[in-house]
Design a protein around this ligand. Structure first.
Ligand SMILES: Nc1nc(=O)c2c([nH]1)NC[C@@H]1CN(c3ccc(C(=O)N[C@@H](CCC(=O)O)C(=O)O)cc3)CN21
Ligand SMILES: CC(C)C(=O)C(=O)O
Length: 290
């Protein structure tokens, strides 16, 4: 079933891609890495809303509905309290707002760790309710069985190793990983286990650069780095971090803009116009029939 969307084409921003355009697929993303190398790096950004997805979609290969929405959208202290409902609803919005990118949805903490069966039920629900193409799970060797179970039953899985934020209570914070030999070896073996289990790509977050490079060489599927290395097969950032929405961001963030200042200044201008009765003006008012 295909749906035709009608969008205002008067500006280039309104219509992100010439619709209908065929979406990229998980196998096409997986196939970008050939014999250990990815010629053109894979571009991923987070998206949580339909309009955000529309604007990002033409520039990305993958859109991640990250559980970072707990902090970024809901003001929660960590990703631990994020629910299935939040993930399904935001993922559905992102699917509706995109035509081109593969949409990946994070499985929230508690929905997948206990057993492959639990993980399948939760993942199937997320895909049914949102139309997303794949899920992401945190963890390495411990999740390999689950990754195999899902991917053999029609659910593509993206892995996530290194700094895994859902393990904040075990790790004790959001520090970079892989500084000790034991930790470095564990990250590499985790990534290998996910690769062998059939993960179609693996996020490598917050690890020292040599380990990110070693992981990228050790696995057959593409690695997507965040706080990792430019030598990963792709990169991801939280969109709001990239845009400069926050004062405090992880060291690995490059702020490409300063949207927070734009929002503050716009709100200040609006407030001043309301207070001096400059808004609404003639252009914003309905005149009676004459
Ligand atoms: N906005 C946002 N961006 C993210 O990248 C992100 C989220 N939220 N939420 C989920 C996780 C949490 N992440 C984080 C959060 C904090 C640090 C951080 O502040 N790290 C410190 C060093 C560790 C410390 O001192 O505790 C740093 O300087 O990078 C890193 C990753 C990554 N993810
Ligand atoms: C930071 C990315 C990789 C993520 O997992 C998220 O947005 O939750």
């Amino acid at each position: 079933m295909s749906t035709t969307y009608t969008l205002d084409t008067s500006t280039s921003r309104a219509n992100p891609t010439p619709a209908p355009m065929k979406r990229l697929t998980v196998p096409k993303i997986r196939a970008r890495k050939v014999d250990g190398t990815t010629e053109e790096p894979i571009v991923m950004l987070t998206a949580y809303t339909a309009r955000q997805a529309q604007l990002l979609d033409p520039h990305c290969d993958l859109l991640l509905v990250g559980d970072s929405l707990g902090q970024v959208i809901y003001g929660l202290p960590s990703t631990i309290p994020v629910t299935m409902e939040m993930m399904a609803n935001h993922a559905a919005a992102v699917v509706r707002g995109s035509y081109h990118s593969v949409v990946v949805v994070d499985m929230p903490f508690g929905s997948y760790e206990a057993s492959p069966q639990d993980a399948f039920d939760a993942a199937a629900r997320l895909l049914k309710e949102s139309g997303a193409a794949a899920v992401k799970v945190e963890g390495g060797e411990a999740m390999a069985e689950t990754v195999a179970f899902l991917s053999q039953r029609g659910i593509p899985v993206m892995g996530h190793v290194g700094l895994t934020p859902q393990a904040v209570n075990v790790l004790g914070g959001y520090m970079a990983r892989g500084r000790s030999d034991a930790e470095a070896e564990k990250i590499v073996s985790d990534a290998k286990a996910l690769d062998e289990a059939g993960a179609f790509a693996i996020v490598v977050e917050g690890v020292v650069e040599p380990i990110a490079i070693e992981v990228t060489k050790a696995v057959s599927c593409p690695t997507i780095g965040i706080g990792a290395s430019a030598k990963c097969d792709g990169q991801v950032l939280v969109t709001e971090d990239m845009l400069g929405m926050f004062e405090r961001v992880p060291r690995f963030v490059k702020k490409y803009n300063d949207i927070a200042t734009t929002i503050e200044e716009t709100a200040k201008t609006y407030a001043a116009e309301v207070r001096d009765r400059g808004f609404p003006g003639p252009d914003q008012l309905y005149q009676p029939k004459n």
